[in-house]
Design a protein. Structure first.
Ligand SMILES: NC(=O)c1ccc[n+]([C@@H]2O[C@H](COP(=O)([O-])OP(=O)(O)OC[C@H]3O[C@@H](n4cnc5c(N)ncnc54)[C@H](O)[C@@H]3O)[C@@H](O)[C@H]2O)c1
Length: 342
């Protein structure tokens, strides 16, 4: 199938493109390129790229595709706090523009990279897809707002699917250290300390970036009736962990490291999610294949191979907010995150 992959230059996109190519699909990327010089090791597999801001998507960008996989976004809470309204403008309104153009152009499938963070401060354990959204941040709010707008566009010829990803982990050619498992592994390797900003009690559902990629491929290849206007939590019950459990798992593979706790960093997110639906109703997925322990081993191999240093771990390349601030401070993008003409 011909797939337009937005956010193709980011952490998940760089892995998902390979999964699509391995399954014989034809992939074109669409991305504005904030992180295109942020390689971790070898660069991602090259694919044709439309270098475009989501806010300016054109009909010709989407025309002729069998599916849009929509990942492009300001992808976390710190970015969401950069400037009021920006997350809404890009993640909600930019996404609505893309979906409307896709629908008008007759693209039958639209797969959206949503997030389990829309459950927010979920009081209960085991939140299913029917649990009410309780977004705690502009980022999480943008995910539920766009899901609702997209659901309203559903008809016989336009099938959206909402893949509500748990927090990702694992190595990617466009690595992020600003997500919890990756961050704690980076601390352990570079400082010999595993440093939590919280008291370690919040729950996080977690999922390997390769399992996210496989979920997208399964949803793309599934019969329409299995995925039409359906939400799926993407992750596994086994990978629902409290943050301190992640720290102790890292320590088990690097026993010389100390674990340290913070108090509260004002982050009220805690949620524990049920993954029965994806395991039983998304054809071909069955279960997430990778555990946090697998990823810690994978990270230690990669850090050894690439001789990861503290300045790289703490630097701009692998922390989304630092890279965006660098692009602003060096005059490459403006306050609206638009590229300045040179
Ligand atoms: N990584 C996770 O833990 C996680 C969990 C749940 C959901 N998600 C969602 O999955 C998607 C991908 O996440 P990721 O971790 O790869 O993030 P990322 O930040 O690594 O990648 C996002 C990509 O979107 C692009 N982008 C941002 N704004 C754009 C704009 N205005 N126009 C065009 N391109 C733009 C960036 O250049 C980047 O390449 C996001 O929608 C994110 O919200 C991620």
């Amino acid at each position: 199938m011909k797939v337009l992959l937005t956010g193709s230059e980011g952490y998940i996109g760089a892995v998902l493109r390979d999964a699509l190519l391995e399954h014989g699909h034809e992939v074109t990327g669409l991305d504005t390129g904030y992180f295109s010089d942020c390689d971790f090791g070898a660069p991602p597999t090259p694919i044709p790229l439309v270098r475009r801001d989501l806010r300016d998507t054109q009909r010709e960008d989407v025309e002729g595709h069998d599916a849009v996989m929509h990942l492009a976004a300001l992808s976390n809470d710190p970015l969401g706090n950069l400037r009021p309204g920006l997350t809404e403008t890009i993640n909600t309104h930019g996404s609505i523009r893309l979906a409307q153009l896709a629908k008008e152009a007759g693209v039958p499938r639209f797969l959206f990279a949503s997030s389990c963070s829309l459950y927010g401060q979920g009081g209960a354990l085991g939140l299913t897809e029917d649990a009410p959204a309780n977004p705690q941040t502009p980022y999480a709010r943008s995910k539920i707002d766009f899901e609702q707008a997209l659901a309203a566009m559903t008809d016989d010829s336009f099938s959206p699917t909402f893949l509500r990803n748990a927090t990702a982990f694992g190595v990617s050619p466009r690595l992020r250290f600003d997500i919890v498992v990756n961050n704690l592994c980076g601390w352990a390797w570079t400082a010999g300390r595993i440093v939590m900003t919280s008291d370690g009690t919040p729950w996080r559902p977690l999922v390997h970036v390769k399992d996210i990629a496989r979920a997208f491929v399964c949803a793309l290849e599934a019969p329409r009736e299995a995925v039409h206007n359906q939400a799926f939590n993407v992750g596994s019950t086994e990978n629902n962990l409290q943050i301190r459990d992640i720290a102790y798992k890292v320590q088990r593979q690097m026993p010389e490291c100390e674990v340290s706790f913070g108090s509260s960093d004002g982050d009220t997110r805690t949620y524990n999610v049920d993954f029965t639906k994806i395991e039983t109703r998304l054809p071909g997925f069955e279960r997430a294949r990778f555990t946090v322990d697998d990823a810690i081993t994978e990270f230690l191999d990669a850090f050894r191979r690439l001789a990861l240093k503290d300045e790289q771990f703490q630097g701009r390349l692998y922390t989304r907010l630092r890279q965006i601030k660098h692009l602003q401070e060096t005059g490459q993008i403006d306050e609206e995150l638009r590229w300045r003409k040179s």
